[in-house]
Design a protein around this ligand. Structure first.
Ligand code: GRF
Length: 202
């Protein structure tokens, strides 16, 4: 049976699209994206999903207490019998309720080499700090922001003439590549978690 992926997003949806492409191309085998949920109305990622014929739900989060909202999302994910949840530009911190409900079954992509530059505008933080390499991280999600055991990272150079936009673009290309690879590793179960370390197994 195909593994069922649920994607949570809030905006553009390029990482969702990269995952969908990888599923279609067989780079993530025996899987399907069963539902895409946005907490924001008008998220371009929802349109992208619709044009691929993937089921979508918009569940507005505005004004709702964190756990109350997360219970609604969890119910939809359960309804769709989701095996793995991929956060893809999902601009909400998850409640302990949600994290406990799906242990080691939630992944996130972040545009920095964690634990450097968590939170928003990581690429700008990297430029302002003056680091010479930047990158992205796929990690399991816990209730802390941009924390949780790291599955894959990719490094890109920071060039002297980089702007936020040029650095974003270089990192985003790597995000799209390693997110699919991490999803494949996790769905195939070819890993074990020891403390904070995610180790590959065969
Ligand atoms: C990406 O940079 C991702 O790393 C971060 O939010 C951004 C989402 O972009 N978590 P997109 O919506 O996937 O295009």
């Amino acid at each position: 049976m195909k593994k069922r992926i649920g994607v949570l997003l809030s905006g553009r949806g390029s990482n969702f699209e990269a995952l969908a492409e990888s599923v279609a191309a067989g780079r993530i085998p025996n899987a399907e994206i069963s539902i895409v949920i946005s907490n924001r109305e008008g998220a371009p990622g929802i349109e992208r999903a619709e044009s691929r014929g993937i089921g979508t739900r918009v569940i507005p989060s505005k004004g709702l207490e964190r756990e109350t909202y997360d219970r609604q999302v969890a119910a939809v994910l359960e309804e769709h019998k989701i095996d793995l949840i991929c956060l893809a530009g999902y601009m909400r911190l998850l409640s302990p309720y949600f994290v406990a409900k799906f242990p080691n079954r939630i992944l996130n992509i972040h545009p920095s080499l964690l634990p450097s530059f968590p939170g928003l505008e990581s690429q700008r933080q990297a430029l302002e700090y003056g680091v010479k390499v930047a990158g992205c991280t796929v990690h399991f999600v816990d209730e802390n922001l941009d924390a949780g055991p790291i599955i894959l990272q990719s490094v890109v150079p920071v060039k002297d003439d980089d702007t936020e936009e040029s650095l974003n673009a270089r990192i985003l290309k790597e995000e799209h590549r390693i997110y699919s690879e991490a999803v494949r590793i996790v769905l195939e179960g070819k890993y074990k978690i020891e403390g904070r370390r995610v180790l590959r197994t065969n």
